[in-house]
Design a binder for this molecule. Structure first.
Ligand SMILES: Cc1cc2nc3c(=O)[nH]c(=O)nc-3n(C[C@H](O)[C@H](O)[C@H](O)COP(=O)(O)OP(=O)(O)OC[C@H]3O[C@@H](n4cnc5c(N)ncnc54)[C@H](O)[C@@H]3O)c2cc1C
Length: 559
């Protein structure tokens, strides 16, 4: 039975989505979708934004405009430009993904007259082809996994005769969620006064954008937020049916008996969770010597023991897939492997399907960067620590910023949104530099993996360079009452810190709801809270949050 799931892409051809022929530098992964990023703001939740509140926004906006402080932007971003004195907008954002949307809402709240240009559908990757539909599928795989686990059910005194699923129903759940969130997002932007300009955006100059064929709009400042597309290495032929990317996999048009997943980063891992829960066997193909590169090694090892070994998953590490050919005329998908180091040919795998999860490539094609003397670096737009675009001479391009996946700093939804908010803060007079080390990442397998800050090897390297001590504390979920009540005691939380001053360097969690638990640590890093103060915080009992309480209490800080 074939599904006809559609993500309602009104004009999917508007933006090319082919691979870019270079290695994507995907930093570790993801975190839970903050509903704010997905349009579920007050208004969308039924607290309607009245016309009086909108007009209040508009008059605040005008007041804020006249008071705008540009000091933080430096002289080359200020009024020295020869651009026209009056503009159509204070701010134009190119790309209505999660980054563009976050920036737009913050900008109108701050009183900036704002337009957002979108060449496809509002919501970008996260809402239409990323976080949102993938988490809907993972919600299903989590439940399937529980219902299929006889030991778990028996331990809870439950009996379930057989768990089965309706593939189309599962696909509909993912599609419906994306549609709902996309509509919330569109409505909230409209309600707050963001102008949505439909068409492909091209930068004509630092303060001028062409939308579609012949509309030209000007703005005091421009943010590029054009996101990314799946990266497909050379030699791999994607047919969208048996050799697929995440864009296709999210439609769940089939559940193959045996699927190879090329790449074991967070996207590959999450899909392995979905496919194995729905009955597929999975084979990972990974170029590095270990699965799950990017995770703290100790957490990766534990995750491999729990997520990979007991499931219908096998793997080949240290190999490149040089050629992948789709199934045809009754022949299976073939995957030719070579040794990643020696480049000697190895075996050829024959499977029912292959999912290419080798990272994401920035989408900066056709943006008109040549008009502003900007050269991309492996496709990414170079920016400084305030997201200001850097040109080919190493100078800042006045009034031009780039946020989100397109700058490659941290390819996560909430990082894109935080960068957008940070830029708007700068434009409205507050110098702001985002601390990317305080931004958490999560992988939504069952159980989940989350992290913030440095891994232990990274922290030790930094300590050696800077000359300080590093200490590590750990707590098991087996010591947590709530986890045991749920029969989910498998898990570990790890804290990497400086014993001399109580600074948190990194926190890594594998276990039930790890993606939610990480925020206590990321807020502490963002706010500079030290472990000696966290030890005094009180957590409700019995909750999973006590895992972190235990973790901080077990750290040995020397004052
Ligand atoms: C399967 C999958 C699961 C993921 N899960 C998570 C997760 O759980 N948590 C997480 O944090 N991240 C997750 N991510 C990553 C996340 O989706 C991205 O980091 C995020 O979407 C980046 O946001 P962005 O605004 O930079 O770009 P995008 O969301 O890609 O949006 C860019 C927008 O710009 C538009 N556009 C591009 N060029 C132009 C142009 N010239 N003119 C007009 N419009 C243009 C595009 O159509 C698009 O709408 C996931 C990604 C995938 C693929």
């Amino acid at each position: 039975m074939q599904a006809s799931l559609s993500l309602s892409v009104s004009n999917p051809a508007a933006i090319p989505r082919s691979g870019h022929g270079f290695e994507s530098s995907l930093p570790f992964p993801s975190k839970p979708v903050n509903l704010r990023f997905c349009g579920l703001r007050r208004e969308a939740l039924g607290f309607s934004s009245t016309s009086s509140s909108i007009s209040a926004y508009r008059s605040n906006r005008n007041a804020a405009r006249s008071k705008k402080v540009w000091a933080s932007l430096g002289s080359d971003n200020g009024s020295s430009s020869s651009a026209p004195k009056s503009f159509d907008y204070d701010l134009i954002i190119i790309g209505a993904g999660v980054g563009g949307h976050g920036a737009a809402l913050h900008a109108v709240e701050k009183g900036l007259k704002t337009a957002i240009v979108e060449g496809d559908v509002v919501g970008g990757t996260c809402v239409n082809r990323g976080c949102v539909p993938s988490k809907a599928l993972l919600a299903v795989s989590g439940r399937m996994r529980e219902l299929q686990n006889e030991h778990h059910l028996k331990a809870l005194g439950l009996q379930v005769s057989a768990a089965s699923y309706d593939r189309q129903g599962v696909a509909d759940h993912a599609n419906n969620l994306a549609t709902k969130i996309r509509s919330n997002l569109t409505n909230s932007m409209k309600a707050l006064g963001v102008d949505i300009l439909t068409g492909f955006g091209t930068v004509l100059g630092p303060q001028k954008v062409k939308v579609g064929k012949d509309t030209v709009v000007t703005a005091k400042d421009i943010i590029i937020a054009t996101g990314s597309v799946p990266f497909v290495p050379k030699g791999i032929e994607v047919d969208g049916k048996t050799v697929i990317t995440s864009d296709h996999a999210l439609k769940l048009e089939s559940v193959p008996d045996w699927i190879a997943i090329v790449g074991s980063g967070y996207i590959g891992l999450e899909f392995s969770d979905v496919y194995t829960a729905l009955g597929s066997e999975v084979t990972f193909v990974e170029a590095l010597d270990q699965l799950m590169p990017g995770f703290d090694p100790e957490i990766g090892k534990l995750a491999q023991r729990v997520l990979i070994n007991p499931r219908k998953i096998d793997y080949h590490t240290g190999v490149f897939a040089t050629k992948i050919t789709p199934a045809k005329d009754g022949k299976p998908v073939t995957i030719e492997l070579i040794d990643a180091k020696t480049k000697e040919p190895k075996e050829t795998l024959e499977v029912d399907a292959a999912l290419i999860a080798t990272g994401r490539a920035p989408f900066t094609n056709g943006l008109g960067l040549e008009n502003i003397n900007v050269a991309t670096q492996r496709g990414f737009i170079p920016v400084d620590d305030r997201m200001r675009v850097i040109d080919s001479n190493g100078d800042r391009v006045p009034h031009l910023f780039c946020i989100g996946d397109a700058n490659g700093k941290m390819m996560l939804a909430h990082a894109a949104s935080a960068q957008g908010i940070s830029v708007v803060e700068q434009l409205t007079g507050r110098d702001h530099v985002l601390n990317h080390l305080s931004i958490p990442a999560a992988c939504f397998t069952h159980p989940e993996i989350s992290m913030v800050g440095l891994t232990e090897p990274q922290a030790r390297e930094k300590a050696e360079l800077e000359g300080f001590e590093v200490a590590v504390a750990k707590t098991s979920f087996k010591a947590n009452t709530k986890a045991l009540a749920e029969n989910e005691g498998e898990g570990l939380a790890k804290l990497i810190y400086r014993p001399d001053n109580g600074e948190i360097l990194g926190v890594h969690i594998f276990g039930l709801h790890a993606a939610d638990l990480i925020h206590e640590a990321s807020n502490a890093i963002a706010l500079g809270t030290r472990i000696q103060d966290l030890k005094l915080a009180v957590h409700a009992h019995p909750t999973l949050s006590e895992v972190l309480d235990e973790l901080f209490k077990s750290a040995k800080v020397s004052f």
